[in-house]
Design a protein around this ligand. Structure first.
Ligand SMILES: C[S@@+](CC[C@H](N)C(=O)[O-])C[C@H]1O[C@@H](n2cnc3c(N)ncnc32)[C@H](O)[C@@H]1O
Length: 357
């Protein structure tokens, strides 16, 4: 172990092809031969981290790389070196291995790397802990989320396995936080669904509308303008608060669509806008809905067809937590729930299910 306070520095190359990373079995002339590890090498005096990365990768496997971002720092297992981890871009060329330094190369997933032996503790820590955190950040950025949202994820102190559920809840399934309050309260939010539902329901002063998953309350506000009495239900406390501000004429209740806190036959119309895909038991929700509607009442549900999965309308990884139904499947679900006059209109993957109770 080196005793000086200032440790010498080395770089580590994180080279990625889709979900695989380049690792090597270390050659006979380097420290810890036979260990599996990402490419790495010492920084020469006067050299920048980026220049060292370019030189080391070129020397060890003959590949030209362009450093992109420094993603982590740690010490080597023996404590002798400070390691600077960099991602880099590269052209997919044939490797020319330096056999003294590199015995073998492999493209592995993080899980496959963790199966290899022997490996260094620091490298395992990177694949186990650092990489998932980096990927979570990348996902959040790609969805347009800002530093405040990233801070909220960190503050939640959940395991990486909980990330997709946390993100789905935060953004759509149970929206919370200042971003969600702003997004769901803004005029353009799901305006296409709102218009389609209101056109289909054709509400008037004699109506009592129930909206399930009312979010920011824009549909309730527009429905109230027709003279109808309006009630919204949502299981997100933040959304209930926003909806009460946006639609002060409406009654807005915190609750679950699966267990409606209303008496039988209280309403004459029901609406659901971009919420149906989150129900684990959609037939149970439709039945509950039917229970609180007077016979003959109208239902309009706007949801997203399977062909839009993975598009900006239903982006991954959120889409992985949603349920997408074909038009025929939607008809079956509504019929199973005991609804009548079931009809589905599909415009470019936006589905409007209408039925009567
Ligand atoms: C994607 S947002 C849509 C909000 C609004 N309807 C719109 O179109 O902008 C889904 C909303 O449904 C609510 N929600 C999801 N599942 C629910 C459930 N089981 N019971 C009550 N509300 C639910 C969420 O909290 C969220 O506000």
């Amino acid at each position: 172990m080196l005793s000086t306070m200032e440790k010498p520095d080395a770089v580590v190359a994180v080279l990625r092809k889709e979900d695989r990373f380049l690792v090597i079995r270390r050659g006979p002339k380097v420290v810890a031969p036979g260990h599996w590890a990402p490419l790495s090498g010492r920084i020469e005096p006067g050299e920048t981290e980026e220049a060292a990365l370019v030189r080391e990768v070129r020397e060890e496997i003959g590949l030209e790389v362009t450093p992109t971002e420094k993603v982590w720092e740690c010490s080597t297992d023996d404590g002798d070196y400070r390691l600077h981890w960099w991602t880099a871009r590269f052209e997919p060329n044939e490797f020319e291995l330096d056999p003294d330094e590199v015995a073998e190369t492999r493209w592995v997933t993080a899980a496959e790397f963790l199966e290899l032996e022997p490996t260094f503790v620091g490298d395992r820590d990177f694949f186990l802990r650092v990489l998932p955190a980096l990927e979570a950040e990348e996902t959040m950025r790609s969805l347009g989320l800002d530093d405040q949202e990233l801070a909220a994820w960190k503050a939640a102190s959940l395991s990486q396995e909980a990330f997709v559920d946390w993100l789905t809840d935060r953004m759509a399934r149970r929206p919370s936080g200042s971003r969600a309050r702003q997004v769901y309260g803004s005029e353009e939010m799901h305006d296409f669904a709102r218009r389609a539902i209101l056109d289909a329901l054709a509400l008037g002063p004699g109506d009592r509308l129930l909206e399930l998953g009312c979010g920011g309350g824009l549909l309730l506000r527009d429905a109230a303008a027709t003279g109808a009495r309006t009630t919204g239900l949502d299981h997100s406390p933040d959304m209930v608060e926003v909806a009460r501000e946006v639609a002060p004429q409406a009654e807005v209740v915190l609750g679950e669509a699966e267990r409606l806190p209303f008496a039988d036959r209280e309403f004459t119309a029901a609406a659901m806008s971009i919420v149906f895909l989150f129900f684990e038991d959609p037939v149970a929700v439709l039945r509950e809905c039917r229970r609180v509607l007077r016979p003959g009442s109208r239902i309009a549900v706007y949801t997203t067809a399977p062909e839009l999965r993975g598009t900006p309308a239903a982006p991954e990884p959120l889409a992985s937590r949603g349920h997408f139904y074909t038009d025929e499947e939607l008809v079956e679900l509504a019929t199973e729930a005991g609804l009548h006059d079931v009809h589905v209109e599909n415009e470019g993957g936006g589905q409007l299910l209408t039925a009567s109770a």
